[in-house]
Design a protein around this ligand. Structure first.
Ligand SMILES: [Zn+2]
Length: 126
């Protein structure tokens, strides 16, 4: 899949360059056709990448996107714990949007390393 994507991107680039050369000097019709197909190839190559299934490495390295959670009276946070070894938890701090990766499962209590807010205390219902 990766090679296929690269082929699309390379041939896309190639056709765009060829198209530009053609339309500058030789044949504007030829050039625009080649340029257009180059752009289509390029877009195909780009879209393939987004349709790729997540590789194991990508899943292992996955973490939630940086986002700030709404303030609902108490500090919001989100904890995602990986299912496979090595177990890691990613903690999204709602107030500042910082994401911290810690080894192991969800800690019993946690202070955001960036803004210093205590996100939760032990004991936690779970
Ligand atoms: Zn924070």
């Amino acid at each position: 899949m990766k090679n296929k994507r690269e082929n699309f991107l390379i041939s896309g680039m190639f056709l765009i360059v060829l198209g530009a050369v053609f339309s500058l000097g030789l044949d504007i019709m030829m050039g625009s056709i080649m340029g257009l197909s180059g752009i289509i190839c390029f877009l195909l190559g780009m879209s393939i990448s987004s349709e790729l299934e997540m590789s194991p490495e990508a899943i292992a390295g996955w973490q939630p996107s940086m986002e700030q959670l709404p303030d609902a009276g108490r500090f919001m946070f989100r904890v995602d714990v990986t299912l496979d070894d090595p177990i890691k938890s990613s903690i999204l701090c709602g107030p500042c949007g910082h994401i911290e990766l810690v080894d192991g499962g969800k800690p019993s209590e946690y202070d955001c390393v960036k803004c210093g807010r205590r996100l939760w205390d032990a004991p936690e219902e779970e």
